[in-house]
Ligand binder design. Structure first.
Ligand code: ATP
Length: 613
């Protein structure tokens, strides 16, 4: 009997052709120097395939990462712990400063503060008057020279001011607030801190002295990581709480005592509702990182609670600090409601600006040609840590699949993934096991991964979803802390809404404006006028009697008008940013099958609906 008309062989043929194509693609990717695609087996349990070559038998939640521990016999500073020291400071995946740190040396605008006082920027960490233990930790972190925001922020915090710090992505804002805060508390920890458990079974209520709030879980873990290093031997115990991960682990950490708490807002609100678990009455410092995001719509209740809540410390000595790379006008207005009248605002460069360490390329790519263009770009770039941004979770899954099937080692992250999957994906990306990661825009905020050489905007952010500020945060994942990076964005008629702002950013950073964007050129390219969302000031921000007085004068060694020119101090002795290592392990096919959705932020986790992603 004939098989004519039976569709089966056609299917088989198609499957065989697909398989052949995949094998060819895999071969091509290999020849281009990429390692093998890496499948994930989340079903095997927590971090079973985390990418660091180590077995993870116990749940490896980032909140359980080791922190310095001591017993009561120690004095003000703990004894060295060589094992922990190696873990904290010897991580080869920790970002290191690049040669071109000078590109972050913009003019600095310092305003506000107390009349007659001025902020004296520091040229060296040794000049900052840091507590010796803190100075040691800064050295162990290999921070040889303060970045510009650190040069101003450290003395401003040490002299007791509320601070708003605005500086480009990857310019060291986290250390700019952690170093002075922790240094100020050093030596006072015993006197100020809450009770500690007297034995292994005792549990205490966490009464932190410092609270750092940030919008995403991954950012919280990252800040916690930096706090773990800077708290080493200080007798200050850091903890992190964030949505998605089991509350049990985080609760147990808090019950061991907590001096520095890093939190996402949803989980913080949850824990704050249990006064036996968390009490903020001892708080001396509240830091809001990515402040413009947290001041945006949807977070008002949390902010009100943090700044006016009955359980937070109302002492006169409570310091508030806010940081971001972008600070639109609406956020600047809101700040007025929260901060002390004499707060100091330090902005490095134009608010919302980027820097020339990132080479920006805008390519016209028709919607239906994006996959091909992406493939070509990845092949051209060769093996390097590459972060691809898309605008929807569904696209994130599809592009992950596409790249995987083209034979590249890729992972992806978005808010429909479980926290376990998110932590695994990020770890695999960080360690270089999967040097390509696809992400929705929300991961733009704050992510600090070493050696990201290329950011690709497969989709450009629309003006309704963050627009040019979102673009700045996204491309800021590369070219961090003096390293060079590339950012390529696919542009077509759908992106016309951010075309003009894009051109201004390109001009400002001396980047090539492509022909298809020439009609978006500002009237006077030499003197770009920004919309109110970027740098123009308004009277509502200029509070207090000290506006522009006392600060910004000729500050020793920094040149007139407060501009931090930084001709010396930076440079020599830093490890150069080096390329991606390669060498990936092979395994079998990709699991796939993720649910899709779209939208940018604020997934409704049962336990933490405010924690973005
Ligand atoms: N003085 C310094 N010298 C060398 N490296 C530093 C210094 N200060 C901070 N770093 C490192 O630079 C990296 C970027 O810092 P950080 O994440 O705080 O930047 P950021 O300004 O907050 O960026 P973003 O706006 O993107 O969140 C971190 O890995 C940090 O450890």
């Amino acid at each position: 009997m004939s098989n004519a008309g039976d569709p089966k062989p056609v299917v088989d043929d198609a499957a065989a052709a697909r398989k052949k194509q995949q094998e060819e693609d895999l071969q091509k990717a290999k020849e281009a120097g990429w390692g093998e695609p890496v499948p994930f087996h989340h079903a095997q349990g927590p971090a079973a395939d985390a990418g660091d070559g180590e077995a993870h038998e116990a749940p490896a939640w980032l909140s359980d990462a080791a922190v310095y521990a001591w017993d009561d016999e120690f004095g003000e500073i703990g004894e060295p712990d060589p094992e922990l020291e190696k873990t904290l400071f010897g991580d080869p995946n920790q970002p290191s400063i690049g040669h071109n740190i000078k590109a972050l040396s913009f003019d600095v605008d310092v305003s506000g503060g107390t009349e007659g006082e001025r902020v004296h920027p520091i040229l060296k960490f040794d000049d900052a008057g840091l507590h010796p233990a803190m100075a040691d930790n800064v050295r162990l972190c290999k921070y040889t020279t303060p970045t510009v925001i650190q040069a101003y922020c450290i003395p401003a915090v040490l002299t007791g001011h509320d601070v708003i710090g605005i500086a480009q992505t990857g310019s060291g804002k986290t250390a700019a607030f952690l170093i002075p805060i922790l240094s100020k508390l050093m030596g006072k920890a015993r006197q100020l801190a809450g009770p500690r458990p007297k034995n292994r079974d005792e549990r205490v209520c966490a009464e932190p002295l410092v609270l750092v709030v940030c919008p995403t879980r991954e950012l919280a873990c990252q800040i916690f990581d930096e706090a773990r290093r800077l708290c080493y031997r200080t007798m200050l115990r850091p903890c992190v709480i964030y949505g998605g991960a089991p509350t049990k682990n985080q609760r147990e950490q808090l019950e061991k005592g907590c001096d520095v708490l890093i939190a996402t807002p949803g989980r913080l609100m949850d824990f704050m509702s249990n006064i036996k678990l968390l009490n903020l009455s001892r708080l001396k410092f509240t830091v809001i990182d990515e402040a413009d995001e947290l001041l945006s719509e949807g977070w008002e209740d949390v902010m009100d609670k943090l700044f006016q809540g009955s359980s937070t410390n109302q002492d006169g000595d409570h310091t508030y600090l806010m940081f971001s790379a972008t600070f639109p006008k609406f956020a600047r207005k809101l700040v007025k409601d929260y901060m002390e009248e004499d707060h100091v605002r330090i902005s490095v460069g134009r608010i919302g600006s980027t820097h020339q360490n990132i080479t920006q390329t805008i390519e016209w790519v028709d919607q239906h040609m994006k996959n091909q263009a992406l493939y070509d770009l990845i092949m051209q770039g060769g093996p390097q840590r590459t972060l691809i941004f898309v605008n929807a979770k569904s696209t994130c899954d599809i592009i992950d699949d596409f790249i995987y099937n083209k034979g590249f080692p890729v992972t992806s992250i978005h808010s429909d993934r479980t926290q376990r999957e998110r932590e695994d994906a990020l770890r695999a990306f960080r360690t270089g096991k999967t040097p390509i990661m696809v992400a929705t825009g929300v991961s733009a905020r704050g992510l600090d991964v070493a050696f990201i050489k290329h950011v690709i905007n497969y989709d450009l952010p629309s003006s309704q979803h963050g627009g040019i500020d979102e673009y700045i945060h996204r491309i800021g994942r590369t070219g961090r802390i003096g390293n060079q990076g590339n950012a390529t964005s696919f542009y077509n008629e759908r992106n016309d809404d951010i075309g003009e702002d894009l051109v201004k950013v390109l001009l400002e950073n001396k980047q090539k404006v492509p022909d298809f964007l020439q009609d978006k050129m500002p009237a006077n390219p030499e003197k770009i006028e920004w919309h109110d969302d970027t740098d123009d000031e308004d009277e509502s921000f200029d509070v207090g009697g000290g506006v522009n007085s006392g600060f910004g004068g000729d500050v020793g060694g920094f040149g007139a008008d407060g501009g931090f020119k930084a001709d010396e101090g930076f440079g020599g002795g830093f490890k150069a940013d080096d390329g991606f290592g390669g060498g990936f392990k092979a395994d079998d096919g990709f699991g796939g099958g993720f649910t899709a959705d779209d939208g940018f932020k604020a997934d409704a986790d049962a336990d933490n609906k405010l924690d973005g992603w």
